[in-house]
Design a protein around this ligand. Structure first.
Ligand SMILES: Cc1cc2nc3c(=O)[nH]c(=O)nc-3n(C[C@H](O)[C@H](O)[C@H](O)COP(=O)(O)OP(=O)(O)OC[C@H]3O[C@@H](n4cnc5c(N)ncnc54)[C@H](O)[C@@H]3O)c2cc1C
Length: 454
């Protein structure tokens, strides 16, 4: 009998385990993770022998110790303005304090010396407003992919003898028993614990739906964000990225009054593939180490799609669009902005002649055959709006990779302690639909650990 069973070793699960050990080192805790331990996580795509996703049994980019964030850019946004709605459950002040606490732990375990950027007092906010753009407030700790890995490695070294980690161990079901919960794994083993924390992230979204159905936990879902990843020479955005690193800018389109936003900005970074439930989409990251940086900056432009009754399957809608790009391009499609606005597909030759050298080997193609008109129109409008604050954004050679989809997990019904209708069963992190970021997911782990330790 364990005191606490934790499902998922992403930031939510790791920080829950860390805080439980801080508060009560005598607790007996097991962490179940369907992916590998950190050192064994390798994506087989090497750009030479293996050029595109081969759909491994467990995706090393999304699963394993460190979760989806292990090879991310390690941007910890300390804000209630984006990254999740944790504050709606625990209050803005507590949420910010927890994000600051997580930042302190990250610094203690290897992040010391990394830079904290802030929008406070920046003149860029005014320039944005003058051009119909809105810059959101935040402090951003940029660990970088390399330091992020070191922090995770150090956290694992700190926890591995205190907590029982079970890697390559997929949890099949969670059952309520008299004095707690029973977790059954795909290998047929069963573990029992007084409390259970589920932190299954985005890769566990379908499984989470099943758990909620089995245990009669209410859920709701009706949002998906769809768009492209933009890649351009880093000089074009340097006045923004040098000061803010990541700028979250929102634009309301004139035509449909849709909101388009920048997301996950990676100065001098690289564009990468992402695999969600077998569908290849695009993402980006960058390194803190100058030797590993590129000459390009990339960021996503996403249009939020909220659906109303009777349609309920917002993620299914996003998946269908991503599948179209996979069907046409075998994976991610890349197109020059100039080709897109002229209504012509990009060819390998045109991409090779482009002054912006792509950092991801994607199939040259036509995004207008993939993205719905309303979404594409919104993206084009925003690129022209950004061109006013960062001239050169609308250059012909700006590269657009598609599609980028931000799937939102359905929102699981939990109370102010992030506990479900079942006493002692908590749902945290991105799997709860409440958080969508490293800092919020980690903060939710600390929060629940403190509730349990109390
Ligand atoms: C390429 C990339 C870059 C990103 N960059 C950033 C960034 O810079 N800043 C930012 O704030 N966010 C970023 N994100 C998002 C961020 O990684 C997530 O918000 C964060 O990891 C969520 O943490 P989590 O613990 O809730 O879930 P996850 O990190 O997804 O972890 C969940 C874990 O649960 C495991 N799991 C799921 N189901 C089961 C099961 N049934 N049994 C056992 N284990 C299971 C999974 O294998 C996974 O390891 C990025 C994401 C990606 C993919």
């Amino acid at each position: 009998m364990y005191d606490v069973l934790i499902i998922g070793a992403g930031p939510g699960g790791i920080f829950a385990a860390y805080e439980l050990m801080e508060k009560n080192p005598k607790m007996k805790i097991a962490v179940f993770e369907m992916g590998h331990e950190l050192k064994k996580r390798h994506c087989p795509i090497d750009g030479e022998k293996i050029k595109s996703c081969i759909h491994c049994k467990s995706c090393s980019i999304m699963s394993g110790f460190g979760g989806a964030g292990a090879f991310s850019d390690g941007k910890y946004n300390i804000t209630n303005d984006f990254g999740g709605t944790l504050y709606q459950y625990i209050g803005k002040k507590v949420a910010l304090e927890l994000m600051e606490y997580v930042d302190m732990i990250n610094l203690k375990y290897g992040g010391e010396g990394t830079k904290l950027y802030s929008t406070a007092g920046t003149s860029i906010k005014k320039t944005c407003m003058q051009n119909g753009l809105h810059l959101l407030d935040a402090s951003v700790r940029h660990l970088g992919t390399d330091i992020n890995y070191i922090v995770l490695d150090n956290l694992y070294a700190h926890l591995k003898d205190k907590v029982e980690f079970l890697f390559d161990c997929t949890v099949d079901s969670v059952e309520k028993i008299d004095n707690g919960y029973r977790v059954c794994t795909a290998d047929g083993d069963a573990y029992e614990g007084c409390k259970c924390i589920i932190s299954a992230g985005r890769s566990g979204s379908k499984w989470m739906e099943k758990v909620c159905k089995d245990l009669n936990i209410q859920t709701k879902s009706n949002r998906v964000d769809i768009g492209v990843r933009v890649e351009l020479p880093s000089e074009i955005f340097s006045h923004l990225t040098d000061e803010l690193y990541e700028s979250k800018i929102v634009y309301r389109t004139e035509k449909y009054e849709d909101l388009v936003r920048t997301f996950c900005m990676n100065p001098k970074g690289a564009v990468v593939n992402e695999n969600t439930n077998g569908i290849v989409t695009v993402n980006g990251h960058s390194y803190e180490d100058p030797a590993r940086q590129t000459g390009n900056t990339n960021f996503a432009l996403l249009v939020a799609k909220h659906f109303s009754e009777p349609f309920k399957d917002s993620n299914g809608y996003g998946e269908s669009i991503a599948r179209l790009s996979n069907m046409l391009g075998g994976g991610v499609i890349v197109q020059r902005f100039g080709d897109l606005v002229r209504g012509q597909r990009s060819t390998e030759k045109r991409i090779a002649e482009s002054f912006t050298v792509p950092t991801l080997n994607a199939a040259a193609g036509d995004l207008s055959l993939v993205l719905p008109k309303r979404i594409l129109d919104g993206i084009i409008e925003m690129i022209y709006a950004l061109d006013k604050v960062a001239p050169g954004t609308a250059n012909d050679d700006t590269l657009l990779y598609g599609v980028e989809v931000k799937f939102y997990n359905m929102e699981v019904e939990v109370d102010k302690n992030l506990m479900t209708c079942h006493e002692g069963l908590y749902v945290i992190g991105d799997g709860s639909g409440i958080t969508h970021s490293l800092s919020h997911a980690s903060a939710s782990g600390v929060y629940v650990a403190r509730q349990i330790a109390k």
